[in-house]
Design a protein around this ligand. Structure first.
Ligand code: MG
Length: 259
């Protein structure tokens, strides 16, 4: 992942207004996908719904064409099943099955500003472990958002994720992190999902951050498949991913990608 070498850009009220519109669109997509995701649909169906929705709003898909190791990401949504952590490439022959978990990560650009969010869904009824993994990962994001406020440190956010996930016996992916977001998809700072309370940069009003815990059922290690995009757990255990874009303001923290 590429991070621009510069200071953290604080966003004006006007910029946050645009990011609120971008964020809401992403939130709506993820919310509507809950009704579409069921056994038998393909990961390509998820991408097609996402693309149509983005185009219907006259917005631009943020992920299509993002640079990778060997070729640009070819779709509007990353769709990752079970042991796939992130960056799964949608495929018409890849069908969801009863008991799977599937993570969808997508983003849009509205008037030059980005919104980015992700959610892991249950496909039909899932195992107790899978269900716990989803609940804990989403909860770890919630705890992180509670810490993402003016005056706190970045490490408070990271630690909130780590503590929540590890207390439940799960592990934190280390090779991928959250990020600042604005006129670029990935801006400073990087936001690891593990860290020390009170450490790191001070959070300020005007920061807009994409916080995205990736939590594994087993060990934290991951590897990339031969398609040069899909990241999977090394031990084959399940992985979940929840993400919101949030804005820190004078009046508190706003989740831009909530609906
Ligand atoms: Mg992100």
């Amino acid at each position: 992942m590429f991070f621009k070498k510069s200071n953290i850009e604080l966003k004006s009220k006007h910029e946050i207004e645009k990011m609120r519109i971008a964020g809401r669109a992403v939130g709506e997509i993820l919310s509507r996908l809950a009704d579409i995701i069921k056994p038998g649909i393909s990961t390509k169906d998820i991408d097609e719904f996402t693309e149509q929705y983005i185009r219907s709003l006259k917005m631009t898909p943020a992920f299509k064409g993002v640079k990778g190791v060997s070729y640009p990401f070819p779709a509007c949504a990353c769709v990752s099943i079970n042991d796939e952590v992130v960056h799964g490439i949608p495929n018409a022959s890849r069908k969801l099955k009863q008991g799977d978990i599937v993570s969808v990560d997508t983003g849009v650009i509205y008037e030059g500003y980005y919104g980015d969010a992700a959610k892991t869904y249950a496909v039909g009824s899932i195992s107790d472990t899978a269900s716990k993994l989803l609940k804990i990962t989403e909860n770890s994001l919630q705890k992180a958002i509670e810490q993402a406020k003016s005056g706190n440190r970045l490490g408070d956010v990271s630690y909130a994720v780590q503590k929540t996930a590890e207390a439940a016996g799960f592990s934190i992916v280390r090779d991928f992190v959250g990020h600042g977001i604005g006129r670029c998809l990935h801006e400073e700072p990087q936001i690891p999902n593990y860290g020390k309370p009170g450490a790191g940069i001070k959070l300020l009003a005007g920061m807009v951050l994409a916080i995205e815990p990736m939590v594994n059922e087993g060990g934290y290690k991951v590897e990339m498949l031969g398609d040069d995009w899909t990241v999977v757990t090394k031990d084959g255990g399940l992985s979940a991913h929840f993400e919101h874009t949030i804005a820190i303001t004078e009046n508190g923290t706003e989740v831009l990608t909530a609906v």
